[in-house]
Design a protein around this ligand. Structure first.
Ligand code: AMP
Ligand code: ZN
Length: 398
């Protein structure tokens, strides 16, 4: 059990709207997340304790498709969800009687996948007569540091959020717990997908513990596989010259684009004739590094533009939250820290990352993002529909 510091207290005067909730103890949420390829169930309470966090990954099943295959993901969720539920209760040493409310990811995500978590949540809520809340997946990523940071370091609204995941690349202005403005989004693919695709193009081996993005980062961090001068005398400099400049898309604009980086690598990899005199491992190392630097460089540029935009509006931003799977990248963390240091050398901006295990998809974040609504007794109906496409901008529009 991970014990964190207290932040939410149940209002003692609460009067339930439809379900009966005991006011004499803290509030405990059972949450489901199945929007993409991870089957997740967690139990979290209002004292910021993570009582269990089960994530069953499906990397292996999707590797041969080069991306998430919706029907395969749906089948695996159906098989894994009951196992995840059982494990979550065992890990927490709890029974359904200890649960006060049930939360699930309402969207955005793949319809069939979302439905597995939603149906499990709704059925349990109906059978147990517990309140139910449907959560926005990206809001949950953005709010994770409000759970994981020590109380003295909890981000204060308004703050900036950079969400870098397999499905999204978003720069958000978080004005309130339920009010977000999209400052920048991607016009083509997400940064996570670009990492995955480039990793596949470079044939970087990965496994169920380290997916393709993490494997690419590891390759870059290892350093050159052998001295960067080959038998033919070709140096890293001449490899880099051959690689050329990486595109810097939409420079000066509050918009992301990663398809150009990905296709730049695609073109280079396919042009086998160019590389015949070079050591393939060196080429792989330089291409992977070039891509990672260009992708993270784009995040730095857009973050700087976002900060400038907030300043233009007279908003004082003291915290930047970076979350989503790609936020577990150590190179990214170092570069963004340096970038914010340069942007505001005298008035340090706090850069906040959830722990890597809570950067990728999980149900802990879903439980936590539902907590303020449970405590305010702002429940959803059992007939609540899914929102596979759901802009965070429209969070409170039902
Ligand atoms: P999410 O959609 O939030 O679960 O994040 C999954 C995405 O994050 C996938 O595209 C992963 O390849 C990517 N990812 C995970 N770890 C890393 C890493 N260390 N570096 C780059 N990308 C990563
Ligand atoms: Zn996610």
């Amino acid at each position: 059990m991970l014990r964190l510091l207290t932040v939410y207290k149940r209002p003692l005067s609460a009067s339930p709207k439809s379900q009966s909730i005991s006011t004499s103890r803290l509030f405990t949420v059972l949450a489901f997340e199945s929007s993409a390829d991870d089957t997740c169930v967690a139990i979290v309470n209002s004292e910021r304790e993570i009582l269990s966090n089960v994530v069953i990954k499906q990397h292996d099943e999707h590797e041969r498709f080069g991306g998430i295959q919706p029907y395969v993901a749906l089948q695996k969720h159906q098989r894994n969800m009951p196992i995840a539920v059982k494990r979550a209760f065992t890990e927490a040493n709890m029974t359904v009687n200890d649960i006060d409310g049930i939360a699930f990811t309402r969207g955005p995500g793949m319809h069939g996948c979302l439905a597995v978590g939603a149906n499990a949540a709704k059925s349990l809520a109906a059978a147990l007569n517990k309140p139910l809340i449907g959560v926005h997946h990206m809001q949950a990523h953005a709010l994770t540091p409000l759970l994981t940071q020590p109380t003295s370091e909890i981000p204060q609204f308004p703050f900036l959020t950079l969400l870098v995941s397999g499905g999204h690349t978003l720069l958000l202005l978080a004005n309130k717990i339920d009010q977000y403005e999209i400052l920048a989004t991607t016009k083509d693919e997400s940064i996570g997908r670009a990492f995955d695709q480039v990793s596949a193009l470079l044939e970087i081996p990965w496994n169920k513990d380290f997916g393709p993005g993490a494997a690419l980062e590891q390759l870059c961090a290892k350093g050159p596989p052998i001295a960067l001068v080959s038998e033919t005398g070709s140096s890293s400099k001449s490899i880099e010259r051959t690689v050329g400049e990486f595109p810097r898309p939409l420079k000066g604009k509050l918009e992301f684009s990663f398809a150009g980086l990905h296709s730049h690598i695609d073109r280079l990899v396919k042009n086998k004739e160019t590389w015949k005199d070079f050591n393939p491992e060196q080429v792989k190392y330089i291409l992977a590094n070039g891509f990672q630097q260009a992708a993270v460089g784009q995040l730095e540029e857009k973050l700087a533009l976002g900060m400038k935009e907030c300043r233009r509006r007279g908003l004082e931003i003291n915290h930047v939250v970076v979350s989503g799977g790609v936020a577990s990248n150590t190179f990214l963390r170092k570069r963004l820290r340096a970038c914010l240091g340069e942007l505001s050398p005298t008035n340090p901006i706090h850069l906040v990352f959830p722990p890597p295990a809570l950067c990728t998809d999980n149900a802990v974040m879903i439980a936590w993002a539902s907590m303020h609504r449970f405590l305010a007794e702002d429940f959803d109906d059992l007939t609540i529909d899914l929102r596979p496409k759901w802009s965070i901008h429209d969070l409170r529009m039902d």
